[in-house]
Design a protein around this ligand. Sequence first.
Ligand code: FES
Length: 63
Amino acid sequence: MTERAKVYVKPNGSVRVTGAVDFVDADGNVIETKENFSLCRCGHSANKPFCDGAHKPAGFTAP
Ligand code: FES
């Protein structure tokens, strides 16, 4: 049984996703399934939509 996906908003950092998630294109086709990754929410990543750690040197803070 696949672990249910969970989303964690990290303090002053990324959005961490655990569990399997399907990435779907505009036509509804699954283009990739990923597990355990972080999404950028600071806008500084060179690998968007994924976090590459750039939020730390950028001094990103979030309420
Ligand atoms: S949140 Fe980590 S690079 Fe943007």
